[in-house]
Ligand binder design. Structure first.
Ligand code: BES
Ligand code: MN
Ligand code: MN
Length: 457
């Protein structure tokens, strides 16, 4: 391993230069005008895997954006890793809030700023470079590996469940490895063993056939903006509890053991609040902040649109109102079941004065794993070698829809070893990745393959 680590240290600057090229491709999966860029990012990923020495590098078409596949399966008798990540990124708006252009990666104070730096191109690239170091330096990998990098994660991985089901042989492995999450805190590497799920909707209300003079008609018809506010206000009580009947039926309670573990984590609530710029934290009563985010479901409004929002004042009665809303789910809630409960409740609380349209958008199942297994222990040793510290174990509030599918369809455990930081602005302006963590992450990944390979000996 020494020569592999030497190789990684010597090539430190080259990795950053190459990552800049990857980050320059605006692979925004949500926006149709970027479809060609998304494909270009898929091709770039494929070339980079090929250049690292992997075999069978190819794009596999799906009804949406292509999947990138590559493998190296020349270690008979050794375990096989399925590495999963995504090459698509979130939209960049509001672009004027970026300090440097989102697709012109810029290094400041040891961090690389660009859309996709942390989520997820930087973390995918880290593994490509770890494989490259083994193959260039040792001529071989200590185990077998398949790369499976998708281009629709940020839009809900809608075609991936079918893909996994119909490609089980191509994805066969002993363990899934994913780097697509933050570590617990700066200097505190972590292994994530739980993710929340998601159910996302658009609500459209129409009150009248067009906007109206609010003096001539105000008081005679319902105002859809007001009705929307009334509807949304009924989704949660003042204690932060979701009011949809049946919503909590399948929620697995946090075990006392888990709660006790989380209380030991170095979490500073005041620092957390100040960093967010929130006057006061708010969440479901009876739970701590970490519990609220990691182990409890929530209902959130993601966006609202109605009426006149320009400068000045306009006396108008809007014809329509729109909201994007979503629920984060925890084990053992199912997105389809929750969707039905939500729609039933919405129809019940919506008054007859408006026309209601609900559109189901993407969803994803929650995931949680036993983390006392040999792969997680191997990852713990590798992380300690890369970061000089053993990891803590955490859950996360975000979602990666395919992870529970891997568990159900392939029957193999996943190890989530992320090197982002919680304040690296994933999905927001000035997304960045700490280059020290990126570098240590390459070393830890290189050790991870070695540690997993040795499990069979
Ligand atoms: N990398 C994130 C998931 C994540 C975020 C894991 C925070 C752990 C902590 C992923 O790219 C993501 O943003 N997922 C979406 C999924 C959705 C579009 C179905 C999410 O969580 O909103
Ligand atoms: Mn991601
Ligand atoms: Mn994301």
């Amino acid at each position: 391993m020494n020569s592999v680590v030497d190789f990684i240290n010597v090539n430190r600057d080259r990795y950053v230069d190459e990552l800049k090229q990857y980050l320059a491709i605006p692979s925004v999966s949500a926006l149709p005008q970027h479809a060609a860029d998304v494909r270009r990012a898929a091709e770039w990923t494929m070339e980079s895997l090929r250049g690292a020495g992997l075999q069978n590098a190819k794009l596999i078409e799906t009804p949406g954006h292509p999947v990138v596949y590559a493998d190296w399966l020349n270690a008979p008798g050794k375990p096989t890793i399925l590495f999963y990540g995504h090459y698509d990124v979130q939209p960049v708006d509001p672009v004027e809030l970026w300090t440097s252009p989102p697709f012109d990666a810029t290094v400041r104070d040891g961090e690389i700023y660009a859309r996709g730096a942390a989520d997820d191109k930087g973390q995918v690239f880290m593994h490509i470079k770890a494989v490259e170091a083994h193959l260039k330096q040792a001529g071989s990998l200590p185990l077998n590996i398949r790369f499976f990098i998708e281009g629709e994660e940020e839009v809900g991985s809608v075609h991936l469940d079918d893909f996994v089901r119909s490609h089980k042989q191509d994805l066969a492995a002993d363990v899934v490895v994913i780097s697509d999450s933050p570590m617990f805190d700066r200097g505190i590497p972590s292994i994530c063993y739980g993710l929340r799920g998601l159910a996302y909707f658009q609500i459209d209300l129409r009150g009248t056939k067009s906007d109206l003079h609010s003096g001539s008609f105000g008081g005679a018809v319902a105002n859809p903006a007001f009705v929307l506010a009334q509807i949304l206000a009924q989704m949660k009580d003042r204690g932060g509890r979701v009011r949809i009947p049946g919503f909590y039926d399948d929620v697995r309670e946090l075990s006392e053991a888990e709660r006790a573990e989380w209380q030991k984590l170095p979490f500073n609530e005041t620092k957390y609040r100040k960093e967010l710029g929130a006057p006061k934290l708010f969440g479901e009563s009876g739970y701590s902040t970490l519990e609220r985010v990691w182990a409890r479901p929530t209902f959130e409004v993601n966006g609202l649109l109605s009426g006149f929002t320009g400068d000045g004042a306009k006396t108008v009665l809007p014809a329509t109102a729109m909201a994007k809303v979503s629920m984060r789910l925890v084990p053992d809630q199912h997105p389809d079941k929750v969707a039905q409960l939500f729609e039933d409740y919405l129809r019940k609380v919506a008054p007859k004065t408006v026309e209601l349209k609900v559109t189901r958008m993407h969803g994803g199942k929650p995931w949680m794993a036993e983390f006392d297994n040999k792969f997680v222990r191997a990852a713990g040793r590798a992380i300690e070698k890369g970061f000089g510290k053993p990891p803590v174990f955490n859950r996360e509030g975000g979602s990666i829809p395919v992870v529970s599918t891997f568990q159900e369809e392939l029957g193999v455990p996943s190890v989530l070893f992320g090197v982002g930081l919680p304040d690296e602005n994933a999905h927001a302006p000035d997304e960045r990745l700490d280059l020290g963590n990126f570098h240590n992450g390459i070393i830890a990944s290189a050790y991870l393959y070695q540690e997993i390979a040795e499990l069979n000996e």
